[in-house]
Design a protein around this ligand. Sequence first.
Ligand code: HPA
Length: 270
Amino acid sequence: MEKIIEETVTYLKDKGFENPEIGIILGTGLGQLIEEINIFNEASYNHIPNFPTATVEFHKGKLIYGELEGKTIVVMQGRFHLYEGYTLQDVTFPVRIMEKLGIQTLLVSNAAGAINLDFKKGELMLIEDHINLQGSSPLAFKGVEFLGERFTDMSAPYDAEINKQFKAIAKRKNIRLHEGVYASVVGPQLETRAEYRMLKIMGADAVGMSTVPEIIVANHLKLKAAAVSVLTDECDPDNLEPVDIQDIIANAGKAEPNMITLFKELIRTL
Ligand code: HPA
């Protein structure tokens, strides 16, 4: 793994990806953040050595290097999901690369269903803690101890200082920002009514199909990490409507301006 990482990092450094301070994974609901970045360089995932790029969807995935709010950043436009057939090591490989490039902070966005029915679609949720329901760990491989502590501490996986900042910004900007527990499932099917009931009993406030692997690896590498979900549907098991993926994307779009404001203001404070 170390040699593979080295090869990828060398390629990106040669392309000018020098010393970014912050890494950002753009999920659903934050794509437009790209418009705000002063882009210096970019690399298509399928040109980056060792990047996992098997699916058609990823013809457009790219890593972007640039400046935002006075900070040097590296951005993943498009992320990898377990449900596309990648392994958890594949999904988190870019996090290891961004860390080696120099980031100290990882910021993540995603789309999620609201398990907590006080939360409404189109609103945002700051992730305070998570439940890994993806069936395995991105740290379960031979040699993991050469890249960081095998038995990674997860007592505070989301940076308390950053979360405090996020909350202060939301208050200042009049953005409704909930705080809660995010459960990650494999997908790609949505949940049954029984599964939504189970998630609620477990203590989840939102459910999605990403983010947790990347956050685990960020903690493995001792990066400061934070994540925000855009709530795209309300998962009420007693009144469950069939999910329409177009509807999910539309709801994510509605929340996008707020998400962009939060991220830009946060980055300025870092
Ligand atoms: N379940 C899982 N993932 C999701 C959902 C959901 O209801 N909404 C958006 N991503």
